[in-house]
Design a protein around this ligand. Structure first.
Ligand code: FAD
Ligand code: SF4
Length: 512
């Protein structure tokens, strides 16, 4: 047995041959370890497609590393946790130096640090180079801020990295943000023909994984029938190119639009590839900028709208995650305690909007941002669900869900669980918003404009109930005062009826 000096741990969401962990790799004395652990699939009740995506991408990466003759121990289908396997391997191989890239989950990072202390070995945690902004830089930026807001961070990123800036140092098009142009619903007669996103037929490795997951995790939620996610870097690059060529054009305009059985809209569907590190955000932004340079008919609002998601939101939420953990996972500003309705796991509800958003989530492991924020997220906040249960659901059901990006979006943005640490107001809406942005309400048993009574839309009832209940909080801020101003148009007796009906709904969430 060779004497191993450094053990390089590559986690399932760190699948990059250019990784900082592989720089300066010494083949004679270093060794890589990758671990498939059942714990990772089970600590939340993960969607089968999410488990399959991670395993397939890991096995393809294992193959790439072996093709390049890296010395590698790949532990397949272990029933132990990552930490338990690591402990065994470190002791067996007499490792004194463990190297890894910053894990995307606080819990795992802590456990690795604890293990290194326990075994008295050197631990080197390297910066993840797949981001523009490091947690340290983010912390420094926050230090002198009264309010932490995406918009100012995003402007800084644009300036620092010279992205969408003109030669005089001003934002392209004379404004930083084209958000107002990114909120259109589809035309009344429907979205028309949308170029389907690039999908990939399962190869031999993926098929073996699908069989394994179906057998081992048969009681887990979701389906594998539609599984054709990008599982290699080559496929991820293809998916990116396909998006840029065919779908970017309408991304901006219809970013927030929803329509029954239109699961992907004009979205890029690259979040899982980005989060597994099959793609680097820099190459994503370069590809989009290049397309814009070549094709003058591409609108700046689409380009800026897309870049804002990657350079703005993605970096921002990561900064917030490392800044606020572990508190972020415990926050519960409104002290909500209700259990998540069972239909979040089945899609079997009479609310057409939830049926569609949850249904496609279970089918593909995907829903787009507005479905996550303004359909399932909005409902969970209005229905006063315990934030940790909601966060566990999001972490379980989306193929792109890794805690650094899932938790700030769910707890911080959708649930206002941190009391507005980085958002100026809770993102809440009544059925009227869903009606405006989709065709869901047309097929629904409930009526979005009715506030109480049998045919009232539960989203609408709970929205007004929430405003009545938190009126003082909403009236204390100029950003939210307008929302409660509308309450003045609702008579006292109707407000009482809304509250009574809301109570009935809240007591019977599973029956909706
Ligand atoms: P597009 O709409 O095409 O956007 C392009 C890219 O921008 C995405 O691929 C993603 O990398 C990035 N992006 C867009 N919005 C955000 C955002 N708010 N935060 C971070 N990155 C963003 N995204 C995840 O990657 N993993 C999650 O677990 C996750 N959980 C979410 C939970 C909630 C409650 C909400 C409201 C949002 C969540 N998001 C999450 C953000 C966003 O919904 C997804 O990134 C997006 O839907 C992925 O689809 P897409 O690749 O087609 O994205
Ligand atoms: Fe959803 Fe209400 Fe519209 Fe039904 S009426 S689809 S519950 S918003």
């Amino acid at each position: 047995m060779k004497a191993v000096t450094r053990l390089i741990l590559i986690l399932g969401d760190q699948l990059d041959l250019q990784s900082a962990a592989l720089k300066g790799f010494r083949r004679e004395t270093d060794e890589i370890i990758m671990i498939e652990s059942a714990n990772e699939a089970q600590y939340v009740w993960s969607h089968k497609a999410k488990i399959a995506l991670f395993l397939s991408a890991m096995r393809h990466f294992d193959k790439s590393l072996k093709d390049q003759k890296y010395p590698l121990t790949y532990i397949q289908e272990s029933s132990l946790s990552i930490i338990e396997v690591l402990r065994e391997q470190i002791l067996q191989k007499k490792i004194s130096h463990l190297v890894c890239i910053e894990p995307g989950e606080w819990r795992l990072k802590q456990s690795i640090e604890d293990l290194a202390t326990e075994l008295k070995i050197k631990l080197e945690i390297l910066e993840d180079e797949h981001f523009y902004c490091s947690p340290q830089e983010f912390k420094k930026w926050v230090a002198d801020k009264k309010e932490i807001r995406l918009e100012y961070f995003y402007r800084l990123m644009r300036k620092t990295h010279n992205i969408l800036m003109d030669k005089d140092g001003n934002p392209e098009g004379g404004q930083w943000n084209f958000d107002q142009d990114n909120r259109k619903p589809y035309p009344k007669k429907g979205p028309g023909l949308i170029d389907a996103p690039k999908r990939f037929e399962p190869d031999e490795i993926t098929q073996a994984v699908l069989g394994f997951v179906e057998k081992t995790y048969k009681n887990h939620p979701g389906s594998l029938e539609s599984f054709n996610w990008a599982v290699t870097r080559e496929q991820a690059l293809e998916a990116l190119q396909y998006f840029v060529e065919y779908r970017l054009r309408n991304f901006g305009m219809y970013q927030d639009a929803m329509w029954i059985d239109t699961p992907f809209g004009w979205h890029s569907i690259i979040s899982s590839a980005l989060n597994l590190k099959l793609l680097n955000p820099r190459e994503v932004i370069s590809a989009v900028l290049l397309a814009w340079k070549k094709d003058a008919s591409l609108e700046l609002s689409s380009i800026e709208g897309f870049i804002r998601q990657i350079l703005g939101w993605r970096e921002f939420v990561r900064g917030m995650y490392y800044l606020d953990m572990p508190q972020m996972a415990l926050d519960n500003f409104y002290e909500h305690q209700r259990a998540l309705p069972k239909w979040y796991w089945t899609g079997q509800t009479q609310m057409a909007c939830m049926q569609d958003a949850v249904g496609q989530t279970l089918k593909y492991g995907y829903a787009h941002h507005i479905q996550r924020l303004m359909v399932t997220g909005n409902f969970a906040l209005l229905a006063e669900i315990l934030p940790s249960q909601v966060c566990d659901w999001y972490l379980a059901v989306y193929v792109d869900a890794i805690e650094w990006v899932e938790l700030p979006n769910t707890a911080g943005m959708a649930l206002f669980a941190n009391g507005g640490r980085f958002t100026s107001k809770p993102y809440i809406a009544s059925g009227a918003y869903i009606k405006r942005m989709s065709n869901y309400c047309g097929t629904c048993k409930y009526k979005p404009d009715i506030r109480f009574g049998e045919s009232a839309c539960p989203v609408t009832t709970l929205y007004w109930n929430f405003l009545i209940k938190h009126r003082t909080q909403f009236e204390s801020s100029p950003r939210t005062r307008l929302m409660t101003a509308n309450l003045k148009r609702i008579s006292d007796s109707d407000q009482l009826a809304i509250q009574a009906h809301a109570q009935t709904i809240l007591n019977n969430l599973d029956a909706l």
